[in-house]
Design a protein around this ligand. Structure first.
Ligand code: NAD
Length: 331
């Protein structure tokens, strides 16, 4: 397929393009590099051994985007471009609404005008909020609690309305749980633009000595060891979900929202112990009180992804921890 990828220099976009090229798809990618680096584009080409067209462009730039889309007969859009920090979206909501919603509106408007009818949208488990009992199913009520999550719900709703109003338009919202790990080559991985508060990067920074200690928020949850449980998914499994999703456009459905998670939850202490099993020194941690609004357990029901996308995860927790550390500690 000829794929148009937004946010192609980012963490997930770069891994997707490398694997999509290797599978024989043609890729045209854009990114304004607001949270990523131009070097990633060369690395994608190196990993895949295949060239592709890349444009440094903000997707809010309608004229620029139109020029690229008009020149190509696109089969499907894979829309990764967005800002993604939940804390930053709370302190600066307008930045998130402006970038994530304007970018999507411009892109979707051009898709309508130019009759590009298939889109995969990067949504997020954050659309469910924090009050549901896991496993989380796709038909649960959406209760976003941050501006970031709101932008995902609003974009999903816009896509739903477009599938109702344009006969041929098809949209697939993929709701990611917590992607971790890196490419086998160690050429691609996550390099957050602002310091990440996510568990894996924080554990790696403690392991490397950059941070003194990991704070674990909550030791009295109703989980096997009292610490919070989440669903982590290896980046290569997440990407293979997208590649399977490209076949979804051949079915009769107009729109679906599908969880991409392993369906298995791990506690913070499970992850710490897994890292400790191969690190020279154990991870220092302190048990702190719960953070307001943090639920005890969140993991996906991924049966819809298994059925509709014929997709399964293959990486273990060990792979996720090893690869995250190998990426973090690379030369
Ligand atoms: P990332 O920050 O690494 O990549 C996003 C890319 O989009 C960056 O390269 C950035 O420069 C680009 N971008 C942002 N706004 C743009 C604009 N207006 N025009 C052009 N390019 C723009 O993030 P990621 O982890 O690769 O996430 C990709 C998508 O997946 C995002 O939509 C994110 O919300 C979603 N998602 C990510 C996670 C996660 O934990 N990584 C979880 C759930 C959902």
């Amino acid at each position: 397929m000829k794929l148009f990828v937004t946010g192609g220099a980012g963490y997930i976009g770069s891994h997707f393009i490398a694997d999509a090229l290797s599978e024989g798809h043609e890729v045209i990618a854009v990114d304004n590099l607001i949270t990523s680096h131009i070097q990633t584009i060369e690395r994608i080409k190196q990993v895949a051994g295949i060239d592709f067209a890349f444009y440094e462009l903000d997707i809010c730039d309608e004229q620029g985007l139109r020029k690229i889309l008009e020149q190509n007969q696109i089969d499907a859009v894979v829309h990764f471009a967005a800002l993604k920090s939940v804390p930053e979206s709370i302190s600066n909501p307008l930045k998130y609404y402006k970038n994530n919603l304007t970018g999507s509106m411009v892109l979707f408007g051009l898709m309508k005008t130019l009759k590009i009818h298939n889109i995969i949208f990067s949504s997020s488990a954050s659309v469910y909020g924090s009050s549901h009992k896991s496993p989380i199913k796709e038909d649960f009520l959406l209760k976003p609690i941050s501006p970031y999550a709101q932008t995902k719900v609003i974009t999903e709703n816009i896509l739903r309305d477009m599938t109702s109003s344009i006969k041929e338009f098809k949209a697939l919202n993929l709701r990611y749980f917590n992607p971790v790990g890196c490419h086998d080559s160690l050429l691609l991985g996550e390099s957050p633009a602002i310091e990440s508060t996510n568990l894996f990067p924080v554990i790696c920074s403690v392991a490397s000595g950059e941070k003194e200690c990991l704070s674990i928020f909550g030791k009295d949850y109703d989980t096997h060891d009292g610490t919070p449980v989440r669903d982590y998914i290896h980046i290569s499994d997440l990407v293979s979900g997208h590649l399977s999703a490209l076949n979804w456009f051949k079915n009769d459905k107009k729109i679906s929202s599908i969880n991409l998670g392993t369906g298995q939850g791990y506690s913070v202490l499970d992850i710490v112990n897994q890292f400790n099993s191969f690190l020279d020194h154990p991870i220092k941690f302190e048990l702190s009180p719960r953070r307001y609004g943090d639920p005890g357990i969140i993991y996906a029901d991924n049966s819809l992804a298994n059925e509709e996308l014929q997709w399964k995860c293959s990486k273990s927790l060990q792979d996720m921890c090893h690869d995250s550390w190998n990426w973090y500690s690379r030369d």
